[in-house]
Design a protein around this ligand. Structure first.
Ligand code: SAM
Length: 283
């Protein structure tokens, strides 16, 4: 079946579509970016693609050319008839009219083995969506997403860089990360104030490090970055160990308590949180 090539500006005009700023509606108008997203995601005919925020369906149409099926999740009531009208005839297309923060992705994925998420994400929900997709353990092979440049740089950052933070550790705990390309504000209508990056997150078969308690690991990480200027000794205090157990935890992990959290690799955070775990259970 032939899939129609649809173009964003024509569609916006055809349907007299009015953008809603609060929904993060900046639509792509540059074909080369659309192509780089689809190529960057390496979509094949074995893949179920889940797209968050299809807008008027320009990226969706490109994904439909390559994928086995595309499920697009769109919140805006105004876009539903447009998407149904433009893409509804395609048997590979399914529209879910819901908030992506509330969708049960397992229900959409079903028995599919090769599932890729592709999206030009609405910026106002970028971090909660990424956190949800990773923490809730859905069976995505990869996430190829366009996000605000600063957030992508944080995700892709390393210890001792100013961008390194909780989100870097969270994403790299679950995924390999790779920047696909930079995208100028001129590639969108309306033009956003910020620059963007397409980043690909490839989910690892299992988390990058083994930890005794994921909850404690992420608590230690969060505390360390919430109190960035403090030494690890001061940030770990809030976990509630006695001085003796704290000393033992640092000694056993081999990590100097005078260091700051922002200098620790993921493996070091794991070693520290495992030693704290041992001391907590011995106290
Ligand atoms: N994919 C289109 C493109 O690349 O041109 C549009 C991307 S635009 C940045 C973000 C889209 O996400 C909009 O269509 C917006 O209505 C939709 N959206 C915003 N919040 C949403 C949410 N919570 N759940 C699902 N879709 C959402």
């Amino acid at each position: 079946m032939d899939i129609k090539d649809i173009k964003t500006q024509e569609l916006v005009k055809k349907y007299n579509f009015k953008f809603t700023k609060s929904l993060g509606q900046n639509f792509l108008v540059d074909d080369s970016v659309l192509q780089d997203i689809v190529d960057g995601a390496e979509v094949t005919e074995d893949d179920l693609v889940i797209e968050i925020g299809p807008g008027v369906g320009t990226l969706t149409a490109e994904l439909l050319k390559k994928a086995k099926k595309v499920i697009a999740i769109e919140l805006d009531d105004e876009l539903v008839p447009i998407l149904q009208n433009e893409l509804g005839d395609n048997p590979k297309f399914q529209l879910v009219h819901k908030d992506a923060l509330k969708v049960d992705f397992n229900e959409l994925i079903g028995e599919e083995k090769s599932v890729k998420l592709v999206a030009n994400l609405p910026y106002y929900v970028t971090t909660p969506i990424i956190v949800r997709l990773l923490n809730e353990g859905y069976n995505f092979k990869s996430l190829t997403i366009m996000i605000q440049k600063e957030v992508a740089e944080r995700i892709n950052s390393e210890p001792n860089c100013k961008e390194y933070g909780s989100i870097s550790v969270l994403v790299q705990y679950y995924c390999d990360t790779r920047i696909v390309r930079y995208v100028s504000p001129n590639c969108f209508i309306p033009r956003p104030k910020v620059e963007s990056i397409v980043i690909r997150l490839d989910r690892l078969g299992k988390p990058r490090v083994d930890v005794k308690s994921e909850k404690l690991f992420f608590d230690v990480v969060r505390n360390s970055f919430n109190m960035r200027r403090k030494t690890l000794w001061n940030t770990v205090k809030s976990i509630g160990l006695t001085k003796e157990h704290m000393e033992k935890a640092f000694e056993n992990s081999g990590i100097d308590p005078k260091r700051r959290g922002e200098t620790l690799s993921i493996a070091e955070f794991a070693a520290l949180s495992d030693s704290i775990y041992e001391e907590k259970n011995n106290s």
